[in-house]
Design a protein around this ligand. Structure first.
Ligand code: FAD
Length: 455
């Protein structure tokens, strides 16, 4: 008999199990690796395996959002952070680890908790009853993905998730770009959402600029597909931009870079007081409710990251663009969490099931572990019969959680790393001092929250 069943012994599942079992709760942790099953990316049967890089990214908690998340997780006795500290290898200001040592540390710590049982088994259906945390990651076994799909009404949860880059709003040059909707259409819907009818940021291109950009796309170095990715279909409507560009030089001008109906006021003349249509346009759409992050519409890509930065900074208005996330393409299983989950990560249609880790639509080792940690705390609260108070949205944990459980736009929901664009903005603080201000505010607020919640 156990209090909580955790499915998936990856980063999120191990962290959630730690948070629960060390509070005296009985936990069953089901992990398919070790039972003869393995995802195409995992190489070992160790818990909390790092499938690709060995880095938890920046450990700078004064000017970096993921470093801040490290700080907050440490404050909440994170197992992943403790094991990473022991397994740390030199990597400048990044927190990188010896991956085998790291997983061995996680396993040893969990093995030391007598009320935790690790069972090597694959779970194929969502349990009908009993508090459950599903933390099966981006490569959730197909049988369980099918069961989740049936419970959520989603046809298929596994697809090539083609991601478009996201740009910080304050790095876009609005002396070059401008706000407008095509033909001023959709104004009514925009007003209803609190907009002013000019919902897109538009970056104009001349013919020369467009042709150079097209050539750059064709020549750019692309990430190759992994063998096991070869049979997974493209998600509907997510054709990579370079694949589209390869169909002809004009294809993009009739697709995502269509300029019609977009008068550029920066190009206004006496004859054309409203401005002219550019030869081609790159449009950006608001990606979060705060309006700090903007998604490059139709720009999903498998160009290499350095190539994306180089090429996309040739777009007029984006010369100094800073990217909250770059584009990418890989198989991914994740839920439309803003629609399907409540504020406590529970499936609205079956609240005994909670989700954690990358399957909720966060992206990255640290973020997945952090959402595992939070799911563990929420479940402990639920079992204790106490009210759950979420960490404030001014903290990295709170900002990530708010994004996943409601603040992100559900229609364009895509996996997201933690970044300052998810935090309530500090407009009054000068840009140079802003990162320090975000981290200072977060640290104070986390500490107050932790004390009030008696964690
Ligand atoms: P996982 O760590 O994958 O854990 C899920 C666990 O559930 C696995 O152990 C799996 O075996 C188990 N499982 C699955 N289905 C079942 C089932 N039905 N029953 C029982 N057990 C099951 N992030 C980074 O920060 N850096 C990177 O370099 C990086 N590279 C990545 C490369 C690839 C190919 C992929 C797919 C993702 C990568 N990520 C990376 C993203 C993400 O951070 C990792 O996938 C991370 O491990 C997610 O943590 P998780 O706990 O949600 O899932």
């Amino acid at each position: 008999q156990y209090d909580v069943h955790i499915i998936g012994g990856g980063l999120a599942g191990s962290e959630a199990a730690w948070q629960l079992a060390r509070r005296g709760l009985k936990v069953r942790l089901s992990e398919m690796r070790g039972s003869g099953e393995r995802s195409p990316a995992h190489q070992t049967d160790q818990l909390a395996e790092l499938v690709c890089s060995n880095s938890f990214r920046s450990d700078d908690d004064t000017s970096n959002a993921v470093g801040l998340l490290h700080h907050e997780m440490r404050a909440l006795d994170s197992l992943v952070m403790a094991a990473a500290a022991k397994a740390r290898v030199p990597a400048g200001s990044a927190l990188a680890v010896d991956r085998d040592f790291f997983s061995a540390e996680v396993e040893a710590a969990l093995a030391g908790l007598p009320n935790l049982t690790v069972v090597r088994e694959r779970i194929d259906t969502l349990p009908d009853a009993g508090l459950t945390i599903v933390a099966t990651g981006p490569l959730t076994a197909e049988s369980l993905a099918g069961s989740i799909g049936r419970a959520t009404g989603a046809d298929s949860l596994a697809f090539f998730d083609a991601i478009a880059p996201i740009v910080y709003r304050d790095s876009i040059d609005m002396d070059v770009a401008w706000m407008a909707s095509r033909w001023d259409k959709g104004a009514e819907a925009s007003f209803e959402m609190g907009g002013d009818g000019r919902d897109y940021i538009n970056c104009p291109m001349t013919r020369e600029q467009y042709e150079a950009f097209h050539a750059g796309l064709m020549a750019g170095e692309k990430t190759e597909f992994k063998e096991w990715e070869a049979n997974t279909p493209y998600f509907d409507g997510c054709m990579p931009i370079e694949v589209m560009a390869s169909r002809g030089v004009e294809t993009l001008r009739f697709g995502p870079m269509k300029p019609v109906g977009l008068d550029n006021p920066h190009w206004a003349t006496e004859e054309h007081p409203n401005g002219r249509w550019p030869y081609a346009v790159v449009q950006l759409r608001q990606d979060n409710k705060l309006g700090t992050l903007w998604n490059m519409v139709g720009f999903q890509t498998k160009l290499k990251h350095a190539e994306q930065v180089r090429l996309f900074r040739t777009i007029p208005g984006l010369e100094n663009a800073e990217f909250a996330r770059l584009g990418g393409l890989h198989r991914n299983t994740f839920l439309n969490s803003p629609t399907l989950l409540d504020r406590q990560l529970r499936l609205k249609s079956a609240p005994h099931i909670r989700f954690a880790g990358q399957i909720t639509g966060c992206e990255g080792y640290v973020e997945s572990s952090a959402v595992g940690l939070i799911a563990g705390l929420m479940t402990a609260c639920e079992l204790a019969g106490t009210d759950w108070q979420a960490p404030p949205a001014t903290t990295a944990l709170g900002a990530l959680l708010s994004h996943i459980t409601g603040d992100a736009e559900a229609d364009s929901y895509q996996p997201m790393n933690v970044n300052f664009g998810l935090f309530p903005p500090l407009h009054d603080v000068k840009k140079k001092a802003r990162k320090a201000a975000y981290t200072d505010r977060a640290k104070t607020d986390l500490s107050d929250w932790k004390q009030a919640a008696a964690l």
